[in-house]
Design a protein around this ligand. Structure first.
Ligand SMILES: NC(=O)C1=CN([C@@H]2O[C@H](COP(=O)(O)OP(=O)(O)OC[C@H]3O[C@@H](n4cnc5c(N)ncnc54)[C@H](O)[C@@H]3O)[C@@H](O)[C@H]2O)[C@H](O)CC1
Ligand code: K
Length: 455
């Protein structure tokens, strides 16, 4: 996935295209550039294999006809199969340029390399993908802009969507490249801006820059993280270990369980929880992993919310708070809900995940890390960063590790959006370093290497 790349909705993309006209770049020019980009990547990936171009009735099809012409002119073996005819505009002009035969999808013989130009951002309803599926079965598939059959904004598959090996996004990434089911149908995502100026408050995650501590730093100035644990000691221990490896100067763990994951982590008895939450030296307080939901947990949560400390709320804590209490806080707050916790706190809804996460950040005044295969990070100003962490992270305890990293980065940076993005990046990089079949306990030891890569 291109890092730090803007992400647009289909409507925002159309507006950016329209704005090109003011600079004298008309739709036919953009399609010409799109066709060149597609032909370039197709020639590279096909590497001499016979090519079948699937062309739809809209501009995605126009790009496909344009690429077919260029590939044939370059000496490639190209056939075209179409679903409907482009009727007007740049797409019709591109269609007219193709002098070769055009068959229906049903009549086309399969070929080893397919360029999928059936539908892009204009996909509005389910399509009958049976004939396309037959042609795509054993082929390498390069999708133009989006795998056909995807809702560009929600990332939902509308019917039999195509599963691509490579998707070449045109102009900008769309929400579907990073969010929802579609993200896993895109294969490897490439981006060609084709000269369109885009700006967006939503971007893909990029490697952060993390400097070593200055020479004069000491353990308190580096950041004191206090982890408030409860009944399930293991979760709080994982979080504390991650906080220590994530760059905090000092980590305190107040928990029922006396074991600490590292000797460098200081244990405090659970009856010292209240004093710990009142400790003004604390740079970031983390509450939630393994906390439980009993009266003591509820009281600790209420005290933490009422404090002026920078706060990270995870796990059980997310079930013990209200949006109103979050909105009343004046110091930085970061929430780390997975889908179920998010729905329970903010309500389930039909809107795309990015929009729902922004609304939650606005309502709560907190930075929200809405976890999942598409992790959406939003702040109350509407800035959004999207990450697609490795699927090996879908195992118990990895969320506790993330919460500890978030607390560490908040303690170090004092900037909640930056802290959230650094933590999510370090978490996914640590997962990459830990490799297949990782367990949560493996992650903290890989965080120092991930940090070392952030210089
Ligand atoms: N990003 C850019 O600046 C550029 C993008 N280009 C390409 O244009 C498409 C978007 O084109 P558009 O014509 O708006 O939409 P589509 O080609 O995806 O298809 C719309 C077309 O299809 C019909 N339709 C929709 N759903 C169905 C269905 N289920 N069954 C049948 N027909 C359906 C709809 O009515 C329209 O007729 C973008 O993705 C890029 O590939 C430009 O070429 C260059 C600039
Ligand atoms: K497509």
């Amino acid at each position: 996935m291109p890092a730090g790349a803007p992400i647009l909705s289909a409507a925002q993309m159309a507006a950016a295209e329209a704005a090109c006209a003011a600079r004298g770049i008309v739709p036919a020019d953009l399609m010409e550039r799109a066709a060149h980009a597609v032909a370039r990547e197709a020639a590279r990936f096909a590497a001499g294999r016979p090519i079948l171009v699937l062309a739809g009735p809209g501009n995605n099809g126009g790009d496909a006809y344009g690429a077919a012409c260029l590939l044939r002119a370059a000496g490639c073996d190209v056939r075209v199969a179409a679903l409907g005819e482009p009727r007007a505009g740049a797409a019709a002009a591109m269609r007219a340029r193709w002098a070769g035969p055009v068959t229906s999808l049903a009549d086309a013989p399969p070929r080893p390399f397919v360029i999928d130009g059936l539908f892009g951002t204009g996909m509005s309803r389910a399509f009958d993908g049976e004939a396309a599926a037959r042609l795509c079965e054993d082929a390498f598939i390069l999708s133009i802009d989006l795998p056909s059959g995807i809702d560009a904004d929600r990332g939902a598959a509308l019917g039999d969507a195509i599963r691509a090996d490579v998707t070449l996004a045109l102009g900008s990434l769309k929400f579907a490249h990073v969010a929802g089911e579609a993200a896993s149908r895109c294969g490897h995502v490439l981006l060609d801006p084709i000269g369109i100026d885009v700006s967006s408050s939503a971007r893909t995650i990029a490697r952060p820059r993390i400097n070593p501590p200055a020479a004069a730093e000491h353990k308190y100035s580096r950041g004191l993280v206090c982890v408030i644990g409860g009944a399930m000691g293991g979760a709080a221990r994982l979080a504390a270990a991650a906080a220590a490896r994530g760059g905090a100067g000092y980590v305190v763990l107040a928990s029922d369980d006396r074991r600490t994951p590292l000797d460098a982590i200081v244990h405090r008895e659970p009856d010292a929880r209240s004093d710990t939450i009142a400790d003004v030296r604390t740079s970031a307080l983390l509450i939630g992993p393994g906390l439980g939901r009993d009266a003591a947990a509820r009281a600790a949560c209420a005290q933490a919310l009422a404090s002026d400390l920078p706060l990270v709320l995870d796990g059980d804590a997310l079930a013990l708070i209200s949006i109103a209490a979050l909105a009343a806080r004046r110091s930085p707050t970061i929430l780390t809900p997975h889908g179920g916790e998010f729905d329970a706190l903010f309500g389930a809804g039909d809107a795309p995940k990015i929009a729902r996460t922004v609304a939650a950040a606005r309502a709560s005044g907190a930075v929200v890390i809405h976890k999942g295969a598409d992790t959406v990070i939003a702040d109350p100003e509407g800035n959004v960063i999207v990450a697609n962490p490795p699927s090996w992270l879908s195992t118990a305890g990895t969320g506790d590790v993330l919460a500890g990293l978030v607390a560490a980065r908040l303690a170090v940076t004092h900037a909640p959006m930056r802290a959230a993005c650094e933590a999510v990046w370090l978490h996914q990089r640590a997962a990459g370093l830990a490799g297949a079949a990782l367990v949560a306990d493996d992650l903290p030891m890989h965080v120092p290497q991930a940090i070392a890569e952030c210089r």
